[in-house]
Design a binder for this molecule. Structure first.
Ligand code: COA
Length: 339
C-alpha cells in the first residue's frame, strides 16, 4: 500500500518582548558575560513577563504558522493540535486543548507531549503518524516554553542558559511524494536510566506536595551540566547518523543541520561528529538561549527569515532532552515564508 506522504507547509514563531542580556544576569548572579559567552555561546534570551503563560506564546506562534500556511484560523484549518512543552499552563489539564480553542480550531483532538528538549521532534513524529494513518489531513505542531517560570532564581547555571518562546509548524498530507517540504526520515529514542540528569523533583506523584512538606527548592528545574553535555553530543550524533543511513544521505549532502540550541559547543561537536562543516549548523541560541521544546522551530524560523533555508534544501533536525530523550528528522525545505 502507498504510504501517505507528509509535508511541512507553514512555520510561525513568537518571542516574548522582554530581552534579558548577559549583563542583566550579572547584576544579580555570580557570573560574567565572558563565562556565559565562552561556555555556551548565549548572549541574550527572552523571558515572558508576569502573568504570561506557555499557552499565550503557543497561541501567537500557532496563529502565525497557520498564516504562513495560508490558512485562516477556524474550524476547518487543521484536524489536530499537538503541543510539546515542559512548562504547561497547569499540571492538569493539558495546554493544547486551550490553545486549539483560543485559535478557534473547533473540536479537534489536541494533546501535550512531554519530552523536554526533544519534545518538538516527538510532536512532529506523532502528528506525522496521525496523517500517515489517515486520522488527520492537516496538523498544527507547536513547541512552547516559559522556562523562566521553573528556574531557581539563585541557580546561575540554569538562569544563563534557558529562554522562553514558541514556534509552530503546519503539517499536511502531501499529494505526491516528490515535492519540497516532505518529511523523509525519522528516529526517536529514550533512556529512562538517565532520568535524574534533568529533572524537576517535586510537583508530580513521586514527591507529593502535602501540607507541611518542605518541597520549595524541589519545584525548580535542575540538571547535571557535564553529563548532559556528553549525552547530548553522543545521542544527537547517533540519532542523526541513523537518519542519514535510512536515507542513504552522505554528510556533505546535508545543506543545514538544525540541532537543538542547547550550547554552541554541543552543536559544533555534533556537526564535527557527523562530518558536517560547522558553518552549515544553524545557530540562533546567541539571541534566544535554550528554549527547550521551542528551540528547533525557532531556529528554523530564524534561518528561513534570514534566507539561509531555501526551497529544496536538505535539512537535518536533531534534539536531545530530559528523560533522557532524543531524535532526528530529515526533510527537504518547502517554498514557504516564515511568519
Ligand atoms: N557563571 C560562572 N560560573 C559558572 C556558571 C555561571 N553561570 N555556571 C556554572 N559555573 C561554574 C561551575 O560552578 C563550576 O565551578 P567549579 O569548578 O568551581 O565547581 C565551573 O563553572 C565549571 O563548571 P562546568 O560544569 O565544568 O562547566 P562546563 O564547561 O561543563 O559548562 C554548562 C557548564 C552548563 C554550560 C555545560 O555543562 C552545558 O552546556 N551542559 C549542557 C546543558 C544543557 O544544554 N542542558 C539542556 C540539555 S537539553
Amino acid at each position: 500500500m502507498h504510504k501517505q506522504a507528509v509535508a511541512l507547509v507553514g512555520l510561525g514563531s513568537y518571542l516574548p518582548p522582554q530581552r534579558i542580556t548577559n549583563e542583566a544576569l550579572c547584576e544579580r548572579l555570580d557570573t560574567t558575560d565572558e563565562w556565559i559567552t565562552s561556555r555556551t555561546g548565549i548572549r541574550s534570551r527572552h523571558w515572558a513577563g508576569p502573568g504570561v503563560a506557555t499557552g499565550d506564546l503557543a497561541v501567537e506562534a500557532g496563529h502565525r504558522a497557520l498564516k504562513s500556511a495560508g490558512l485562516a484560523a477556524g474550524p476547518d484549518a487543521v484536524d489536530l493540535v499537538v503541543l510539546a512543552t515542559t512548562t504547561p499552563d497547569h499540571p492538569c489539564p493539558a495546554t493544547a486543548p486551550d490553545v486549539a480553542s483560543r485559535l478557534g480550531l473547533g473540536p479537534v483532538p489536541a494533546y501535550d507531549i512531554a519530552a523536554v528538549c526533544s519534545g518538538f521532534l516527538y510532536a512532529l513524529a506523532a502528528a506525522s503518524a496521525h496523517i500517515t494513518a489517515g486520522l488527520a489531513r492537516r496538523a498544527l505542531v507547536i513547541g512552547a516554553e516559559t522556562y523562566s517560570t521553573i528556574l531557581d532564581p539563585a541557580d546561575r547555571t540554569t538562569n544563563v542558559i534557558f529562554g522562553d518562546g514558541a514556534g509552530a509548524v503546519v503539517l499536511s498530507a502531501a499529494p505526491g511524494d516528490d515535492e519540497d517540504g516532505l518529511l523523509l526520515g525519522m528516529d526517536l529514542g529514550s533512556d529512562g536510566a538517565g532520568r535524574d540528569l534533568i529533572t524537576i523533583p517535586a510537583g508530580g506523584s513521586r514527591q507529593r506536595a502535602t501540607p507541611g512538606t518542605a518541597v520549595d527548592d524541589d519545584r525548580y528545574f535542575t540538571m547535571h551540566g557535564k553529563q548532559v553535555f556528553t549525552q547530548a553530543v553522543n545521542r544527537m550524533t547517533e540519532s542523526s547518523q541513523t537518519v542519514l543511513d535510512q536515507l542513504g544521505w552522505e554528510a556533505d549532502q546535508v545543506d543545514w543541520l538544525v540541532g537543538h540550541q542547547a550550547n554552541v559547543r554541543i552543536l559544533n561537536a555534533v556537526a564535527r561528529g557527523l562530518g558536517i562543516p560547522p558553518e552549515r549548523a544553524v545557530i540562533n541560541l546567541d539571541r534566544v538561549g535554550n528554549t527547550s521544546a521551542a528551540s528547533i522551530p525557532l531556529a528554523l524560523a530564524d534561518a528561513a527569515s534570514n534566507g539561509s533555508l531555501v526551497s529544496g534544501a536538505r535539512v537535518l533536525l536533531t534534539a536531545f532532552g530530559g528523560g533522557l530523550t532524543w531524535g532526528a528528522v530529515a526533510l527537504t525545505w518547502p517554498d514557504i515564508t516564515a511568519v
